[in-house]
Design a binder for this molecule. Structure first.
Ligand code: C5P
Length: 281
């Protein structure tokens, strides 16, 4: 049996720059892995893919990205076996924290190890792209400038810092958010300045350049999120914003910052650290 822990990510800055002829969008974002993990177990069985998850709202059938990743692995490698996959979920679902993509990438890595198939990084990247644009990042999660559809990944040095996450009690479906996007914005210059500020641990400066193309449309639909984002900053966070297309918010904050959510605010808070590297172990 193989056990892997696979992390979530936040998008510190996200610019959707252009609609592409293939129906996707070109984006620019700093993807940063964080210390919030799902755990996955893989056991070889005689045949078929068996998938179980401890979270009741995660589909356990072939519509799950983990199931699809396993199916893709067996088809591509020709390995004649089955597998039982157990997913212990900690990363909130539909929150823009990359949980599903992270699980799918870890499935490819876990099965490659379990069956000793020795897939190259190029093969893993190409398989993971069939599963979703965020998946390649999770093959070797480290702070990266991500461009194109999500498939251009350039690692950058970002020293660790503390974050609070706010996960509300609703989801934002990513295709809905893309469909309702307003203005598209080129973020090349801003994103560079944001990365430089994070590298230098200059979080006040980072706050000047932080931007997320989805905030307009998501805050319009869920004004309570914008209220929490503003509340974080009023309480002393350096900056706060939406991760991906939401629904989670992050707030970068000093270690001693420990606010309680205002009474009556539904949802949960998590305290996490960003990661400089995670080898999916
Ligand atoms: O890659 P993933 O399957 O997670 O994307 C979900 C949806 O988000 C896509 O079907 C597409 O509608 C949208 N998307 C996009 N441009 C991207 C990534 C995702 O339009 N770069």
């Amino acid at each position: 049996m193989i056990t892997l822990k696979t992390p979530a990510k936040v998008n510190i800055g996200l610019w959707v720059e252009r609609r592409r002829p293939d129906g996707y969008h070109d984006l620019r974002s700093l993807f940063v892995p964080i210390g919030l993990f799902d755990e996955m177990r893989f056991e070889a069985t005689e045949k078929e893919i068996e998938f179980c998850c401890d979270a009741p709202y995660v589909p356990g059938d072939s519509s799950n990205l983990v199931w699809k990743a396993a199916d893709l692995f067996f088809t591509y490698t020709g390995v004649r076996s089955g597998v039982k996959i157990t997913l212990l979920k900690q990363i909130p679902v539909g929150n823009g924290l990359g949980g599903g993509s992270s699980d799918a990438a870890a499935t490819l890595l876990g099965l490659d190890r379990l069956f000793d198939t020795g897939l190259s990084i190029e093969e893993l990247v190409s398989l993971s792209l069939e599963l979703g644009m965020d998946c390649p990042f999770f093959l070797a999660p480290r702070p990266s400038l991500v461009t194109g559809r999500g498939d251009g990944i350039d690692p950058i040095d970002v020293p660790r810092f503390d974050l609070l996450l706010y996960s509300p009690e609703f989801n934002v479906p990513t295709p809905w958010a893309y469909k309702h996007l307003g203005r598209l914005t080129n973020g090349e210059k801003q994103c560079k300045l944001l990365a430089k500020a994070l590298k230098e641990r200059n979080y006040e400066e980072a706050a000047r350049w932080l931007y997320n193309s989805f905030e307009d449309v998501v805050y319009k639909r869920h004004p309570e999120l914008e209220i929490v984002a503003r509340w974080f900053c009023k309480e002393g966070a350096w900056f706060s914003g939406l991760s991906g297309s939401g629904a989670a918010l992050f707030a970068a904050c000093p270690k001693e910052f420990e606010p309680e959510l205002p009474e009556g605010t539904p949802g949960r808070m998590y305290r996490v650290e960003t990661l400089e590297y995670w080898g999916v172990v």
